[in-house]
Design a protein around this ligand. Structure first.
Ligand code: MC0
Length: 148
């Protein structure tokens, strides 16, 4: 990674699903992904599971399954409009506040004025899909120690 790179790598790809348990089972039995982590994020209105082949906290990109807690949540609305499928692409960053500032200066609208809490204690924000040319881009700064 160069010092002036904004993004480290793809952290995860988020898939909207109607039923988390059923989707985890499908991706495990069909594609061989293992469930590495699961949590409920009330603020985001989601129950989510991270799938991969390494360990949670390792560097590998992951698949994130996102099921709605409420019909009026971001995932609930996405499912209503599009059905299940790719809802977001998440880029890993080292310093979310710095990257957010750079992207705002480049004309991107970030959805939140300040970072919010994401998976496993990470800090997250999103670039509006209209500004990122049709893709909801999540920016994720992982927790230093994801277990604490
Ligand atoms: C909406 N649009 C999308 C989109 N969602 N385009 C690509 N990908 C998506 N996921 C498009 C719509 O089709 C519409 O286009 C335009 O964006 C504006 O839509 P809207 O009706 O004004 O807005 P909403 O109500 O659909 O909301 C979209 C928005 C929302 C991105 C603002 O989903 C949001 O706040 N998302 C951020 C939070 C989130 O996604 N949370 C769940 C994951 P047209 O052409 O019709 O104008 S939580 C998570 O990911 C955490 C746990 C983590 O990873 O750590």
């Amino acid at each position: 990674m160069n010092n002036d790179d904004l993004f480290i790598c793809i952290d995860h790809v988020g898939l909207a699903v109607p039923d988390l348990d059923e989707a985890v089972k499908f991706h495990a039995e069909t594609f061989g992904w293992r469930e590495l982590h699961r949590e409920v994020n009330e603020e985001q209105g989601v129950a989510e599971a991270m799938l991969g082949t390494g360990e949670q906290g390792e560097e590998n990109a992951k698949i994130q399954l996102l099921a709605p807690l409420r019909p009026d949540s971001a995932i609930g609305k996405f499912l209503d409009r599009n059905g299940q499928g790719i809802q977001q692409l998440a880029y890993r960053v080292k310093d979310l506040d710095k990257v957010s500032e750079v992207l705002r200066a480049r004309g991107m609208r970030l959805l939140y004025p300040e970072a919010k809490r994401g998976t496993a204690g990470s800090r997250i924000n999103f670039v509006h899909p209209k500004d990122a040319r049709g893709v909801l881009l999540e920016l994720v700064e992982p927790a230093v120690d994801p277990d604490h």
